[in-house]
Design a protein around this ligand. Structure first.
Ligand code: SAH
Length: 372
């Protein structure tokens, strides 16, 4: 394994520091940074405005190492899912969801997850480790290379990035914050801060310090209108209950210029949290919260104890909230045929064989294609 510094790990400021350390002119750092993230270069030789001697020096002490593709699956609806391999052989998943000329990239922040939400398939995997900045940014870098989201071509297909893949972003704080800042940086991916979204199940200490470090859009996985039910669905609620969590979200919104409204995510579980009474209770809980509510039909996975709410119940639930003045969107399920939908991102967590079996089982049902 190489011990060279992976340049994808560095924010622009860190790259300036690194250039000083290796006795290079600091103004060269943003140029290299731009090559990495705007032109998504994977080779120093592509950097035409960088001198040969600097390139040679960089090659000696550093590298550009993105994740390796294990599989790339293309859904009938255009969704693309990558299983990606990290340096130590872990697998993570990244999903691109196109929407006309634009598209949302859903990225992972951890291998597995500790939070154990009862309706999420990632929870079944347990937790393995946090991803590094390079591994988080590397997902965007790789997707940009694969689907041609280069500014240079004028086709900016990755318009949004959401931390809604595997893991809890606020439990991997620094790498997530650094990654956000690389995504927002004008020398980096130059995304609008309203189009980079951290989705959290409600880790209050992380939320309380987020605004000082990164100003991005916020989504909250609420899923229940009271503590009793939320304790069951999202166990981290026992630590940070609703009456502690919502004020923390409110403080974030007050201080943020990216997120004036929080997106409330609410998974629709048949007979569990989807009745008219739940909808009314939710409207009371959220009455002072600037928000839009995203109803997510539950995506089932093997051995789950839950069912998806009926379409009628989802509509009824939404209508009650709309009547109370809320903006409600029901999320369309995308990429279902390739298990790319919410909560279906099952990575390989220190268990290669299970994944391999799974992929083999799937052969015949789906095709593993490349998308040049
Ligand atoms: N840990 C973060 C981000 C990952 S989950 C969070 O909890 O927000 C991204 C979203 O998908 C969350 O709202 C999550 O609750 C939802 N989700 C998880 N499993 C799901 C499933 N099986 N069906 C539908 N949505 C699910």
């Amino acid at each position: 394994m190489s011990d060279k510094l992976n340049l994808l790990d560095l924010t622009r400021d860190e790259m300036v520091e690194f250039f000083k350390e290796i006795d290079e002119k600091p103004f060269r750092a943003p140029q290299v940074f731009k090559w990495l993230h705007q032109f998504v270069a994977d080779d120093f030789d592509q950097m035409t405005n960088i001198s040969k001697s600097l390139k040679e020096k960089l090659k000696l002490v550093s590298e550009i190492r993105g994740p390796e593709i294990i599989t790339e699956q293309l859904s009938d609806d255009g969704t693309i899912k990558w299983a990606l391999k990290t340096k130590d052989g872990q697998a993570i998943e990244t999903v691109f969801i196109p929407d006309g000329e634009r598209g949302t990239l859903c990225i992972s922040s951890q291998v597995g997850c500790v939070l154990n939400c009862s309706f999420c398939s990632t929870a079944q995997q347990g937790f393995n480790r946090n991803l590094t900045t390079a591994e988080i940014v590397g997902q965007v870098w790789l997707a940009a290379r694969r689907i041609g989201a280069l500014r240079t071509t004028g086709k900016r297909r990755i318009s949004n990035v959401v931390f809604m893949g595997m893991g809890e972003p606020l439990l991997n704080f620094e790498p997530v914050v650094n990654s956000c800042n690389i995504l927002l940086d004008d020398f980096g991916y130059g995304l609008s801060k309203r189009r980079v979204t951290i989705s959290t199940s409600g880790v209050v200490p992380g939320l309380d310090k987020l605004i000082q470090q990164a100003d991005v859009a916020l989504a909250l996985s609420l899923h229940a209108p009271n503590n009793q039910l939320r304790d069951e669905l999202v166990p981290v609620n026992k630590k940070y209950p609703i009456e502690v969590l919502l004020p923390s979200v409110k403080r974030y919104l007050d201080d943020s210029s990216a997120s004036k409204k929080v997106t409330i995510e609410y998974v629709m579980l048949k007979g569990v949290n989807d009745t008219a009474a739940h909808a009314r209770e939710l409207s009371r809980v959220l009455k002072d919260m600037p928000c839009k509510i995203n109803l997510i039909p539950f995506n089932p996975f093997p051995k789950t104890r839950y069912d998806t709410s009926t379409r009628k119940d989802i509509e009824k639930f939404g209508e009650i909230l709309i009547k109370k003045g809320f903006v409600v969107v029901t999320r369309r399920t995308r990429g279902e045929d390739i298990d790319a939908a919410c909560g279906q991102l099952v990575g390989q967590v220190a268990d290669r064989t299970r994944r391999e079996e799974r992929l083999q089982r799937k052969e015949g049902k789906i095709s593993v294609k490349t998308v040049d």
